[in-house]
Design a protein around this ligand. Sequence first.
Ligand code: IDP
Length: 141
Amino acid sequence: MANQRTLSIIKPDAVAKNVIGEIESRFEKGGLKIVAAKMLQLSEEKAGGFYAEHKERPFFKDLVGFMTSGPVVVQVLEGEEAIAKNRDLMGATNPKEAAPGTIRADFAEAIDANAVHGSDSPESAEREIAYFFAADEICPR
Ligand code: IDP
């Protein structure tokens, strides 16, 4: 098993619901360590750049609008198989399809307001972590 890092975002809907702590607790209880974290208000440019791979999709404008609708918490999670483990803890993209007990099943309302983001591959994780964090903002422990 490989020790990995992954980029996690607690999205504006979950921040507005005041469940940051409950979501962080899922990560910690799931064996992941938070090794970097900050709260940010994303600009349209920053949110659009983050989701650049979706820019031709019909939901892109709404996605950027949602991601800039309030503050987010961006963070780096570290642990064994952290990328897959985080995706397991998050549940399916559409909360209506997310397994019981996952973050999206418990805290998200809809596919376009689904509480959390998590990198989906080692390549995405590397790009996404560098998109938000300088090397000296990450604290291995
Ligand atoms: P993921 O967040 O589970 O990796 P992606 O397919 O990468 O899912 O999509 C990125 C984000 O775009 C999703 O989390 C969701 O908020 C939004 N999204 C994806 N598909 C749709 C859709 O069909 N309608 C509205 N929003 C969508």
